[in-house]
Ligand binder design. Structure first.
Ligand SMILES: Cc1cc2nc3c(=O)[nH]c(=O)nc-3n(C[C@H](O)[C@H](O)[C@H](O)COP(=O)(O)O)c2cc1C
Length: 366
């Protein structure tokens, strides 16, 4: 029976197992969103996962929503990422860059810019964080600001930024990119009827609401190839004011169209912390029929649940998020049945002054 420890060939990318380290924002880039040696060490420590998907990485200053997240739009950022990809590849790992535009989930206190979104609708009960300049305190949570509605020019600009970011990712040595279409950020805002009230070709019905995602995917494919382009989506998630009764139909339509584009994978973000609904097997089967390439699923998995969906051939790769933070050698621990460590201090999840709670977790020793 198939299980998570099997090797897996995802087009030209050979994975040593079917476990992925899920994308996790850790807010530890240097000034101006430049990755550092410490980031390289953190990712290299986790390179025994079959596939690392990097933390979300903004494609422009406008696309940033939180303090100290990395970017992929300046030469210094590209050079910083080279440290990471080199270190991961040296350990035999594979790494994909998650491309991010937060849309309305931002504040001018983060990047000096009014957020932009499909419609001028503020995300209720949604916050982002900043640090004081000396980072002497914990992150300070602040409410997001009302976005301005994107003009057609803004949309074309974002499409271009995604394409350039994908090109930069390949220059930085990544094995591919993942378009972040999940978790209430810009592309998810376009997909959903509650956040997208546009009347142009990017809104009004589900056929139009998927247009921006498809146009971006198309442009990236032209730049780096379909075999290097994945997409993350979260049809079951409702946090960040993303309740949309039409999202499942919209998602299935997007999956059908992405299948025509022959993209590398769809990565389902199934649960986020407490927002963790049960995923019906009928949904998984329908997606399998519609989408023929790799399916990655992430969200509250245990080894047992992961092996269940893989052995039933509903999913090809399972992502683990939180377990990878205190267990850099997660794959070996699961394989050997070693105990799993817990996150020691949740204040170190997002930001921190040094390696504490980041790259100071050790491998399990007998
Ligand atoms: C600290 C932290 C940061 C995260 N940052 C991102 C991110 O940058 N991009 C993203 O798509 N998901 C992000 N997520 C969601 C994870 O990728 C994953 O879907 C989620 O943690 C559920 O998986 P788990 O139950 O195995 O932790 C983050 C989760 C955590 C815990």
């Amino acid at each position: 029976m198939k299980n998570v420890f099997n090797t897996y060939k995802m087009r030209n990318i050979e994975l040593t197992n079917r476990i992925s380290m899920a994308p996790m924002t850790r807010s530890r880039s240097s000034k101006s969103g430049i990755p550092t040696d410490m980031n390289a060490q953190y990712y290299a420590q986790r390179a025994s996962s079959g596939l690392i998907i990097s933390e979300a990485t903004q494609i422009s200053l406008q696309g940033q929503g939180y303090a100290d997240t990395p970017g992929i739009y300046t030469q210094e950022q590209i050079d910083g990422w080279k440290l990471v990809t080199k270190a991961v590849h040296k350990e035999g790992g594979k790494i994909i860059l998650q491309l991010w535009h937060v849309g309305r989930v931002s504040s001018s206190n983060v990047n000096g810019l009014q957020p932009i979104a499909p419609s001028s609708l503020i995300a209720k009960d949604t916050q982002v964080y900043v640090f004081d300049t000396k980072r002497s305190k914990d992150a300070t949570m602040i409410p997001v600001e009302k976005p301005r509605e994107m003009t057609n020019e803004d949309i074309q600009q974002v499409i271009k930024e995604f394409r350039v970011a994908a090109k930069n990712a390949i220059e930085a040595g990544f094995d591919g990119v993942e378009i972040h279409g999940a978790n209430g950020y810009l592309l998810d805002q376009f997909l959903r009827s509650n956040s997208n009230k546009r009347t142009d070709k990017y809104g009004g019905n589900k056929e139009n609401r998927i247009n921006l995602l498809l146009e971006i995917a198309n442009e990236i494919i032209k730049e780096i190839g379909a075999d290097k382009t994945g997409v993350r989506l979260s049809p079951f998630i409702r946090f960040k004011d993303m309740e949309d009764p039409e999202i499942l139909d919209t998602f299935m339509l997007a999956a059908k169209e992405l299948n025509k584009l022959d993209i590398l994978y769809i990565h389902l973000c199934e649960a986020d912390w407490d927002d963790a609904p049960q995923i019906p097997e009928t949904f998984r089967k329908e997606l399998r029929e519609i989408f023929t390439n790799t399916i990655i699923a992430t969200g509250s998995y245990t080894l047992e649940l992961a092996n269940d969906v893989i052995s039933k051939d509903l999913v090809d790769i399972v992502g683990f998020g939180r377990y990878f933070i205190p267990n850099p050698d997660l794959v070996n621990r699961l394989k050997m049945g070693y105990p799993l460590s817990e996150i020691k201090d949740s204040h170190t999840l997002f930001g921190g002054r040094d390696e504490v709670g980041y790259s100071d977790y050790l491998n399990y020793k007998n």
